[in-house]
Design a protein around this ligand. Structure first.
Ligand SMILES: Nc1nc2c(c(=O)[nH]1)N[C@H]1C(S)=C(S)[C@@H](COP(=O)(O)O)O[C@H]1N2
Ligand SMILES: [Mo]
Length: 206
């Protein structure tokens, strides 16, 4: 069966912190990615600083949503491992708290668990800078974990000692391991919105 590509095809996006409306378009000239907490070197990077300090990496791989879909793209960005090498966490057993612009969404995970998947701080999808809906200007791609732990519109990376539940864990998501079940591939041409039910319940935008 051949699929007809539809220009109106909807790709799910989900933004917890903007229920019922689109995320704002921000002035990227004032954007800084902050790296702070229990590190030997704190940082505040413009997008240009990131380009000159870290080498960009491209990868084609899927991200997985806990609601049973996956989305494969060419992602381009900076390796989290390189950024942490630069910042030097004070111990190997610490955690990383990633927070979105405005502080409305966060995740805290052991650094070792994150690094196991060699995550990227993504700035481009298929060669284009991230749109506001997709997490402009930076989102974390966690290829080995469910993407609710991959914060979009990333503002800060803080190395911390203490765990606290992230945004989705507060509504009951506890297992970030990708389950051995079929994940609906939203690249295959269907016009779907897999997270529609969640959008109805919690808000969000497409
Ligand atoms: N800031 C922020 N990041 C977020 C989310 C969110 O609501 N807010 N949702 C997460 C979830 S559950 C998924 S599946 C992906 C969705 O990415 P997409 O909108 O590009 O499909 O982003 C993740 N990162
Ligand atoms: Mo998700």
């Amino acid at each position: 069966m051949t699929m007809k590509a539809s220009p109106s095809r909807r790709i799910p996006t989900f933004f917890w912190e903007y229920p019922g409306h689109k995320p704002p378009t921000r002035d990227m000239s004032t954007y800084r990615l902050k790296i702070c907490g229990e590190v030997h070197r704190q940082g505040s990077f413009t997008l240009e600083d990131l380009e000159t300090t870290f080498r960009r990496t491209e990868r084609v791989q899927p991200m997985y949503c806990v609601n049973g879909w996956r989305m494969s793209r060419e992602w381009s960005g900076f390796r989290l491992a390189a950024i942490l090498d630069w910042a030097k966490p004070k111990s190997d057993s610490l955690l990383l708290r990633a927070t979105s612009l405005g502080g409305g969404y966060e995740d805290t995970s052991p650094i070792a668990d994150l690094l196991a998947g060699d995550p990227l701080l993504v700035t481009h999808i298929n060669g284009d800078p991230l749109s506001p809906e997709r997490g402009q200007p930076i989102r974390m791609l966690l290829p080995h974990l469910y993407q609710f732990k991959g914060v979009k519109a990333l503002e800060s990376l803080e190395v911390v000692r203490d765990y606290r539940p992230g945004t989705w864990q507060k509504v009951g998501y506890t297992d970030a391991t990708i389950l051995n079940q079929p994940h609906f591939d939203i690249d295959s041409g269907e016009d779907v919105m897999p997270e529609a039910e969640l959008l109805r319940r919690f808000g969000g935008c497409i």
